[in-house]
Design a protein around this ligand. Structure first.
Ligand code: GLU
Length: 303
């Protein structure tokens, strides 16, 4: 089946679901996003992109940025980050304080907020500027120099980040951060506020479908590290319903509270989908349904 036909079919199937769920409103600037948006893009491993709906409209990538920060950490020194962060599913909300306290300052995985804060701290040591490093990667891989932080959104989150600040202070108390709390928080908030389209997201993540190779053929991650990053997405990338997501979709994926989901079909393609209404776990309601329909239609799950 042609890629465009696949996307058109998926869109037709999920269109009754667009608008289901609730738009995230704990970040005030996200609450104003139109819930009737739906976009989906597929980038083949050679970088050709297909799309439907709002696939070229910018969305707030939020926690999807955690994939790219982790890729920067792993490209720097491979295994070092795993001395500071676990890789087990959390079984708790993404911003849980209690779990971090119980685990004595070692976050359960790199995709819960506490884990991402430690990853950002790690990439600060490696690059001095995690947001700049991730933007460079995204712009080059997507071939779009306009990708940037949405400053208004970053400001909106920065004014309401009490829980993330609490997590960062708890980490600092356990000696788990090597940079000042506010520096780590500012970088984390900016990374979450990166705005880019499904088209750009699908292209930028191509290295995950190419076993670690960037668009120009150079290596970002070793083959084995790319496998492990995909495995971590599969087990920990979709909040506290990664089991259900694997059951329904069967692909490594990372979602964000902006309503985006990035999924990887190793060796074949990357898919980015966006629809702002979230289910109870925080995953895009129509987005998850679209990926479910996608793997059911194509048979391209990893299982
Ligand atoms: N910036 C959001 C936060 O830290 C990201 C949440 C998410 O997308 O999971 O709360």
């Amino acid at each position: 089946m042609r890629y465009q036909t696949i996307l058109d079919t998926v869109r037709a199937e999920v269109s009754p679901l667009v608008g289901c769920g609730r738009v995230a409103d704990y970040i005030p600037a996200l609450a104003t996003v139109d819930p009737s948006r739906f976009g989906m893009a597929l980038a083949t491993a050679d970088g050709t992109v297909y799309g439907v709906g709002d696939w070229q409209t910018s969305l707030s990538i939020q926690s999807i940025s955690k994939v790219f920060s982790l890729a920067m950490a792993l490209s720097g020194d491979d295994e070092e980050i795993w001395r500071r962060v676990g890789r087990e599913p959390s079984g708790s909300p993404f911003n849980a304080l209690q779990q971090l306290e119980n685990d004595r300052g070692v976050p359960r995985n790199p995709f819960v907020n506490a884990g991402a804060l430690v990853v950002v701290d790690h990439v600060l040591a490696l690059t001095g500027d995690p947001t700049g490093a991730v933007l460079d990667l995204l712009r080059t891989e997507a071939d779009n120099p306009a990708i940037d932080v949405d400053r208004q959104l970053a400001k909106s989150e920065a004014g309401n980040r009490h829980r993330n600040a609490a997590l960062a202070h708890l980490l600092a108390d356990y000696g788990a951060l090597t940079h000042p709390v506010d520096v780590v928080l500012d970088q984390y908030t900016d990374l979450c506020a990166i705005a880019m389209s499904c088209r750009d997201l699908a292209r930028a993540a191509g290295f995950l479908a190419r076993h670690g190779l960037r668009a120009d053929g150079s290596r970002l991650l070793s083959r084995s590290t790319a496998k492990r990053l995909n495995a971590t997405m599969l087990t920990c990338g979709t909040y506290d319903s990664a089991g259900e997501f694997a059951y329904r979709v069967g692909l490594p994926a990372k979602s964000g509270v902006g309503g985006g989901i990035l999924a990887v079909v190793p060796n074949r393609c990357t898919v980015a989908v966006w629809s702002p209404g979230l289910d109870e776990s925080g995953n895009s309601c129509a987005g998850r349904a679209a990926l479910d329909a996608f793997t059911t239609l194509t048979g391209w799950s990893v299982f």
